[in-house]
Ligand binder design. Structure first.
Ligand SMILES: C[S@@+](CC[C@H](N)C(=O)[O-])C[C@H]1O[C@@H](n2cnc3c(N)ncnc32)[C@H](O)[C@@H]1O
Length: 229
């Protein structure tokens, strides 16, 4: 966690979100989550569902919700959680809001690396599942997302998510080629992202966190100080 990174070009950041078109979102749950996660990344979606079950709170902020799959499937601590969705892609926000209409979510269009401007909202949990591998600029740059959410976390709040890493994880046979392809296509931006780098960014900010890996996926959860949860 040393030198200040050079920020990626705005178009590159846009690209990381723009790939989630209507067409892609239509097959995302079945193909990306149902097939690619277990078969290529070696991390079945039930692992990420459990991560959500363990950490979602009464007031939840979700960064990069995609189709909202895990928010629909996970076990919430209350029947009517407050749910706020943040994404750079308006199509994602429309789709996730529709799929999650039972929660009447608030949708906010933002780049997660910029101030989120959420007023005086406070959240018990912030999810950022499979978000970091979409963001260009290297781990030190993308980890700034942790700084952007801190003002909105209630005492004892959680931050959690999973991200596909390039190095320091236990790749399945198909993963390295697939990684190269999705980086070439601008779908992922995670060349060089490693488990050690993620650990360094978490430990530079937080005392109470867990980081594990499953297949190619780094899986993290943070508990901020205070509260009773
Ligand atoms: C791979 S999808 C993850 C979807 C969902 N969280 C899941 O676990 O299935 C990544 C999401 O992050 C969003 N995204 C990518 N870069 C972003 C950025 N810089 N700011 C806000 N959202 C971004 C994309 O639009 C997309 O909705």
């Amino acid at each position: 966690v040393s030198t200040e990174p050079k920020p990626p070009a705005p178009e590159e950041i846009e690209e990381g979100a723009a790939v989630y078109t209507r067409a892609l979102l239509a097959w995302y749950d079945m193909v990306a989550l149902g097939l690619v996660c277990p078969l290529v990344w070696g991390c079945p979606r039930k692992v990420m569902k459990r991560l959500h079950d363990a950490h979602v709170g009464e007031r939840h902020l979700d960064l990069g919700p995609g189709t909202g799959f895990f928010l629909r499937k996970c076990r919430w601590p209350v029947a009517a959680p407050r749910v706020v969705l943040v994404d750079l892609n308006a199509q994602v926000l429309r789709k996730a809001s529709r799929k999650l209409r039972a929660f009447n979510p608030k949708a906010v269009r933002r780049d997660v690396l910029q101030p989120l401007d959420l007023g005086d909202e406070q959240f018990d949990s912030v999810g950022m599942n499979m978000l970091l591998h979409c963001i260009p600029g290297g781990m030190h740059y993308k980890a700034k997302v942790f700084d952007q959410v801190l003002p909105y976390l209630a005492p004892g709040g959680r931050i959690f998510g999973a991200t596909v890493l390039s190095e320091g994880v236990d790749h399945r046979k198909a993963a390295p080629k697939f990684l190269e392809q999705v980086n070439n296509d601008g779908i992922f931006h995670n060349r060089g992202d490693s488990l050690d780098q993620l650990d360094a960014e978490l430990s530079a900010r937080f005392d109470d966190y867990e980081l594990t890996s499953r297949g190619s996926m780094g899986i993290f959860s943070v508990r901020v100080p205070g509260g009773t949860r």
